[in-house]
Design a protein around this ligand. Structure first.
Ligand SMILES: *Cc1c(COP(=O)(O)O)cnc(C)c1O
Length: 349
């Protein structure tokens, strides 16, 4: 059996995820490369619903596309990119994947889970502060999931990242693995290359189809607001010809650092709408978007906007214990008085 056939057979022993041939939407036929195959890993279509986010001016309608609901452990925008990237990995006869990100990278967590679904091993290079590189990285947030599904975690310092870059480090690990007889496939940071971006070209097709459903009655959006990191999501979305994307400058204190205002905003949105944003991307993007609507309401009046919730809830578990505990409140020991009748012996609970 050739390497590719072996790799496909190995995948088929794993998850139900059979690769299917891919046909792009007609408006994307001019793009290059056009992927030949794709996996179905995300639970799609993800819902679109009205979102009464606090700060919306009268006469503006905000909707939200819940990419955070495309799975539990495989949730968020990275799932769609991985459907294409992993099909390519398997087509190349790879037996493991390597990727890289920050300590709470959602992309690394999603890659670890998706690789496991497909019976591929996963190696993650995670960047952290120098002082953290000599001890066990722990189990906070995304790390718990990565380690539960058996990803191999390789810790590096941000200094090493600055010195060698992601491709230097990824290629170095690739060579080490090849020396041991492995056939690794490199997935770039954030899954954002010309192949991964197809995930969000497909998402545009999905949105178009959703808007044809009776509940939306051929509605259209004036703008789409989406968080931007490695930019595959925004690039994919903007390739859909009917969209104009808004770029909000919402970086704030920098990657994975949250200001108090941003965290208070996440709490405010959760409490008002039940939608939980993440501290690294969707929380910052929504914060920037709402700030702009509050400061320039005229610009948004009469507009219908779609906000893309790209997921990332697990990173919040890392922030929660450190900085959010003083925001949540509302607990007390329940008052129990003697007048409550005692439990009947026939009741189980
Ligand atoms: C990675 C990520 C983004 C950024 O997406 P890119 O395609 O890398 O720009 C946004 N939100 C969340 C939750 C992410 O994990």
């Amino acid at each position: 059996m050739g390497e590719v056939a072996k790799s496909v057979a190995k995948v088929e022993e794993g998850f139900l995820g059979l690769m299917r041939p891919y046909k792009p939407p007609s408006w994307a036929l001019h793009l290059n490369p056009i992927p030949s195959h794709v996996f179905s890993l995300a639970h799609v279509p993800t819902p679109i619903h009205k979102w009464n986010v606090p700060g919306t001016p009268a006469n503006t309608e905000v909707y939200i596309k819940r990419e955070d609901l495309c799975g539990v452990q495989l949730s968020g925008n990275k799932a769609r990119k991985l459907e294409f990237l992993l099909a390519d990995a398997v087509s190349h006869g790879s037996d493991c994947v390597i990727t890289m990100g920050g300590m709470q990278s959602n992309h690394c967590r999603a890659t670890a889970v998706a690789a496991r679904y497909l019976n591929l091993d996963c190696f993650l290079i995670l960047c952290m502060y120098e002082s953290q590189t000599e001890r066990d990285p722990g189990l906070a947030g995304n790390l718990l999931i990565e380690r539960l599904v058996g990803a191999h975690v390789e810790v590096v310092s941000w200094e090493a990242f600055a010195k060698y870059g992601s491709s230097g480090l990824l290629n170095s690990l690739k060579k080490q693995l090849e020396k041991n007889g492995r056939r690794p496939y490199i997935i770039p940071v954030g899954g954002s290359n010309s192949l991964g971006t197809w995930g969000y070209i497909e998402a545009v097709r999905e949105i178009e189809q959703q808007l044809q459903q009776p509940e939306f009655d051929e509605m259209t959006f004036d703008s789409i607001v989406a968080p931007c990191g490695s930019s595959g999501t925004v690039v994919g979305l903007s390739l859909g010809s009917w969209l104009s994307t808004l770029k909000a400058e919402a970086k704030g204190l920098g990657y994975a650092s949250s200001s108090t205002e941003e965290l208070v905003f996440i709490k405010e949105v959760a409490e008002a709408t039940g939608v939980i944003l993440d501290p690294v991307y969707s929380g910052k993007a929504a914060y920037g978007f709402v700030k702009d609507m509050r400061e320039n309401p005229k610009k948004w009046e009469g507009k219908r906007v779609l906000f893309i919730h790209t997921g990332g809830i697990f990173a919040l578990y890392d922030k929660a214990t450190k900085v959010m505990s003083n925001m949540v409140g509302r607990w007390k020991r329940m008052d129990i008085n003697e007048s409550i009748p005692l439990k009947d012996a026939s009741e189980c609970w």
